[in-house]
Structure formats: C-alpha cells, structure tokens
Design a protein around this ligand. Structure first.
Ligand SMILES: [Zn+2]
Length: 361
C-alpha cells in the first residue's frame, strides 16, 4: 500500500524533527534557558546561529561529520542519537497502535526521551517535563479514553488522575523507606587508608587507597553530605586526629569549624570509614512516575517500579563486575523508570497475559 508507506515515512521524519527539538530542550531546560529564544539553534561552542540547511535532523550531523561548520567544534553524538531514537520510536509506535493512541504515545515518548537524557547528564528531571507531562497525560486520556481501557471520557480522566497520584504516592513511600535503609552508604575500610583531596579549578580529585574519583560525582543535591571518619587529617597547616570530616559540596566542617573548599588546595589524612550520600532517587522521579501513570494507567505504574528496579540492579551489577569505581557510582533512577514504562507500552498486554496464565493454569 502506497499511502501506508507514505504515512510511515512521515512518522519517521516527524520523529526526527521532534528529536531535533528535544535536543534543544535537553540542552536548554536544565540551564534555565528559554527554549524559544533565540529561535534558531546555535553552536554550543562558538554560539554562531546554525542556518536551517545545516540544521536538518539526522542528515546534517552526518554530512558535517559531527562538527560545527563554523568553528569545527565537535557536536556531541547525543544530538544524532536523540534524533534517531525519536524517529525510530515514532515509526514503531505508528506501526503498532491505532492512530489516536499513537499520537498520544508520540507525546509521551518525546517526554520520556527528554527526561532520560537530562537525568543522565544532570541528575534532575525538570518540572516542565514531569508536571507538564502529567497535565498532558490527563488531557490525552480525556481526548483518547482508550488509553485508560475505557470509552468514556470522564472515567478515563479519573483513572488517569488516580494513576498519576498512585505513581507519586508509591514512589514517595519507596523513597522514605529507602532513606531509612539506604539513606547513607557506609564503607568501613579494611584497614586505615591514606586519602588525598586535591582541588583543581571547580572540582577536585578524591583518592582513597588506590581508588580515584571526581569530587563532584558524590554530590547530586545541595544538602548531600559526605562523612569521612579519620584518625588523622592535615590541611592549611592544621592537624586533627580522630575527627569526622563533614563535607558539603562547597565546604568542610571539622567539629565547630567550617572551611570553604574554594580556599583549600589539598587535604590529606588517614581514613577508617566513609559515608557517602546516595539517594538514588530525587523528587523529580516521583513526578515523572506520575506522568507515566497519567499516560499509561495504574498497571504501568506498578510495572515501571518493578521493571525499573530490575533494570537498575542488572546494570548496577554489570558495572560492579566490570568497573572499579564501585562505591562512588551513582545511578539516576529516572532512565530505568522510563525503560520500564516503554517496556509496558509495547509488551504490557503480553506481560498481563503471561501473568494470567500463571495464575490460571
Ligand atoms: Zn561552532
């Protein structure tokens, strides 16, 4: 069928264009830059505006071989990847679902892709995406009640709102429980171990034994604290023994004294125990799961938590086996929730069927 093929091509092209717009959101939203001012895209390196013929989704990146035509700076592969991913998802969604549902799912997948890439880079999911997405999900359910497996608009809206609330509440519970159990990760070192903290510029190297980490990797939120139990510490001509260093991202407290990290160059000492802040989930994830509920319903909420945790543990396990940076690793939960939601979108029915067949042999 000619026209079917035409629509498929259109879905792919539309997806690539939306992906190009998502790249703008991914770059600008976390920096609080406006997404429509300036209207034209600009090179992140030399700030030159990019003319439309160098801003064609997918094609331009390939033709320019991932470089800015003006200054030759590398344009991250992410730009191409986001456009390609969005295009492919738009195509597959179009092929898989009735057109009304497909259009709603297009909106949803665009939100999910933006959320995922922003979360990976910045460890936040902006409200524009989560709260805006929840509202979009409510409206979509009102317009396409089939999203909530019903044909009555009002019922669909109620289910959608209840699912969003369930998503928020459930993850809030998990988060609070998690704080009790995993709020801090304690690492007791086998033997007293030498450490050094060396500042360079805005960041610092933190070396414990022979494990080296980047300072900024430990701190996701302003309130995060890293505690170092030391038998001895030396910095700015002062020596302390048997103290707990209480690090914030910008300062360190020793007892009553507080020192700006900007003013320090080197801290050395012997540590016995480290407590690192590790809250795998931020508040953004709660709102993100609400958005997933508003678009996909309450079953998707349960499934996304379950599948997301599985994916997260699997990836955590692999990095644990492959990598050395075990305890310094921090993983955002948002992308795993997203992956769980996508799995549900395409395979939810088969999962339900399989589950039923388990219950009723
Ligand atoms: Zn440039």
């Amino acid at each position: 069928m000619i026209h079917e093929r035409f629509f498929s091509v259109m879905a792919f092209v539309l997806g690539a264009c939306i992906g190009s717009f998502l790249n703008v959101c991914i770059y600008r939203l976390p920096l609080n830059l406006s997404i429509n001012q300036p209207r034209r895209s600009f090179c992140p390196s030399c700030k030159t505006q990019i003319p439309w013929h160098q801003n064609l989704p997918l094609v331009s990146w390939l033709l320019l071989r991932g470089r800015c035509a003006d200054c030759g700076a590398r344009i991250a592969f992410r730009y191409f990847l986001v456009e390609l991913l969005t295009a492919l998802f738009f195509l597959v969604i179009w092929k898989t679902f009735p057109w009304q549902i497909a259009i709603a799912y297009w909106a949803f997948i665009a939100l999910v892709i933006a959320a995922t890439f922003i979360d990976f880079e910045h460890f936040i999911i902006p409200d524009e995406i989560t709260i805006g997405g929840t509202i979009a999900g409510l409206l979509a359910s009102l317009a396409v009640p089939q999203l909530m497996n019903t044909d009555r608009r009002l019922i669909a809206l109620i289910i959608s709102a209840a699912s969003a609330a369930l998503g928020y509440a459930l993850l809030w519970l998990v988060l609070e429980a998690g704080k009790l159990v995993f709020g801090k990760k304690r690492i007791r070192l086998d033997k007293p171990t030498a450490f050094t903290w060396t500042r360079h510029g805005d960041d610092a190297d933190f070396i414990v034994g022979d494990e080296k980490s980047l300072w900024s990797d430990f701190f996701a939120r302003e309130k995060d604290q890293l505690l170092l139990h030391c038998s001895t510490v030396t910095f700015v001509d002062r020596e302390f023994s048997d103290v707990i260093l209480r690090f914030h991202y910008n300062r360190v407290q020793v007892g009553e004294d507080s020192f700006e990290l900007d003013q320090l160059d080197v801290i050395t000492g012997i540590a016995n125990e480290i407590e690192i802040p590790r809250e795998a989930m931020g508040r953004g994830d709660l709102k993100f799961l609400a958005c997933i509920g508003a678009f996909l319903g309450w079953r998707a909420v349960l499934f996304a938590i379950f599948a997301g945790s599985l994916y997260g543990s699997a990836v955590g396990l692999v990095t644990l086996i492959l990598g050395k940076r075990v305890w310094s690793l921090k993983l955002p939960f948002g992308p795993y929730l997203a992956l769980g939601a996508i799995t549900w979108m395409f395979c939810g029915d088969s999962v339900l069927g399989w589950y039923r067949s388990m219950l009723i042999p």
